[in-house]
Write a protein that binds this ligand. Sequence first.
Ligand SMILES: Nc1ncnc2c1ncn2[C@@H]1O[C@H](COP(=O)(O)OP(=O)(O)O)[C@@H](O)[C@H]1O
Ligand SMILES: [Mg+2]
Length: 223
Amino acid sequence: MPATASIPADEVAALKADSFGRIALMRGDDGLFVRRDLGHVPGWLRLPAWWLARREARALRQVDGMAAVPQLLRWDGRRLDRSYMDGAAMYQRPPHGDLVYFRRARRLLQGLHRRGLVHNDLAKEANWLVLADGTPGVIDFQLAVRGHPRSRWMRLLAREDLRHLLKHKRTYCPQSLTPVERRVLKRHSWLRDAWFATGKPVYRFVTRRLLKWEDNEGQGPKP
Ligand SMILES: Nc1ncnc2c1ncn2[C@@H]1O[C@H](COP(=O)(O)OP(=O)(O)O)[C@@H](O)[C@H]1O
Ligand SMILES: [Mg+2]
């Protein structure tokens, strides 16, 4: 895998910038790709930013060759290059009444989980794409976890991924929720309850007070 510095590429558009790096759409010799650049991350955040980017690189290696997720092109410790997927975020092009989208999204999740990867950040509509042909795509693997697909922990996290997808289905395709899906939505795991009791207030404090983020890309997570 070549180092990012050796790749001639031009910036086409800035996509997002926050304390954990700057995301830009780039054009290289082989076409468009998306770069996360940690170059301007403030010193005190460099370690967590690097850790998150490395996490994403490792997650993408785990799903190498899979459709509907970005391919890892390069990671050199400072810049992370991923293949570009042509589409729009779910909140920009909502899949209203599109049952086929949600069926495929479920299969996509099953594919990730079978390969020993859970995403962990699918409550955000910004991390779901509606690709140019109307099919689903998933991006942003910074919080993904790798493990044995049949371990209890991975199955618990996989169920949380699924619950997040079903919440989007409830928003855009409410009549198509099956009784089993309604039950999954109703059943709260201890993990979710622990997150709302402790993790979420801490996360809010860190992101809003310390990092001055407004976590509303894609209107934020659904309750
Ligand atoms: N592979 C990709 N293809 C198309 N757009 C992308 C891709 N990766 C990121 N983006 C765009 O850049 C935005 C930020 O990227 P993301 O990896 O989600 O970073 P963050 O972790 O900061 O949310 C996304 O919401 C999306 O609009
Ligand atoms: Mg994101």
